[in-house]
Design a binder for this molecule. Sequence first.
Ligand code: NAD
Length: 319
Amino acid sequence: MRKALVCGAGGFIGSHLVKRLKQDGYWVRGADLKRPEFAETAADEFRLLDLRQEEKCVAALTVPDGSFDEVYQLAADMGGMGFIESSECEIMHNSALINIHMIHSAARMGVNRYFFSSSACVYRDMRPDEPELSEEEAYPAHPHNEYGWEKLYAERMAQAYGRNQGLVVRIARFQNSFGPEGTWRGGREKAPAAICRKLAEARDGGTIEVWGDGSAMRAFTYIDDMVDGICLLMDSNCGEPLNIGRREYVSVNDLVRIVTEVAGKTIKIKHVEGPVGVRARNFRVDKIETLGWKSKVSLEEGIRRTYPWILEQVQKARI
Ligand code: NAD
């Protein structure tokens, strides 16, 4: 039985990944500062650990018989654009420490394969009509925010350990991901969850606030597609960072329209000042597609699966 450690298993993508690895027959240990908020973990074992500390990384990686076959590093101090733009020091300090100590300890402790979760934020800002960027076009580097710079540094560090310390390293650059059991309030939520929450809270005929003028272009990838991509990439022989994301670009206004239709409400939009991030960031996914990956869930279908879950959370929170 293959053994996997999922770092960040209390978070959105990590908790879904744990479920998949269990279905695929792994023995799984989750590690995180917190347990999953919305459902019991599917992991065989869950350790509450602050992975900024090297000794806690060692504790996460210690197993009685040998070492982990696979480590999935998804732990990060992380959030939507509001958090990314207001917490630059926390992101750069905390996520860098986690990445530095985890890969170093994994290499030292004989881990076979190591997955690192990078981000589309490593790319520069784009005009909405520009052709999609390939993986190589992350250089010359000009990420729009410090979160992207930290990811780029961590990618390079993982690759250096791959070249020099015998670790098989796989790196994915995720497009925005969304789905049930993700953060939906509190300041760290991303656009799809935030818009679903605003619609769920609004009365029919009411008004919701949207940051910026709504013209920023985005792509959103449903969680099941993202997890498919992670597993395919981990099993592949691809040593370079690979983009994972759905090729369906919409403006924030389009996203609001889709959520509004799913919610079945009539709503007015008030555009307000707020952290909107880049104008557009579109990347190519032909490389992950050559591994056999294909996004199966459209944005609208993903919202149909996510909105009822967020509505339920909103209703529970009112009680
Ligand atoms: P998340 O915030 O839901 O999960 C991250 C987890 O890391 C959290 O549970 C958090 O408690 C944990 N963590 C933070 N600091 C820690 C510490 N010191 N020790 C142990 N655990 C710690 O985020 P997510 O959406 O599941 O993202 C997972 C990974 O994917 C992150 O690396 C993120 O940067 C990357 N990513 C996500 C998206 C997305 O749209 N969700 C997009 C691009 C990249």
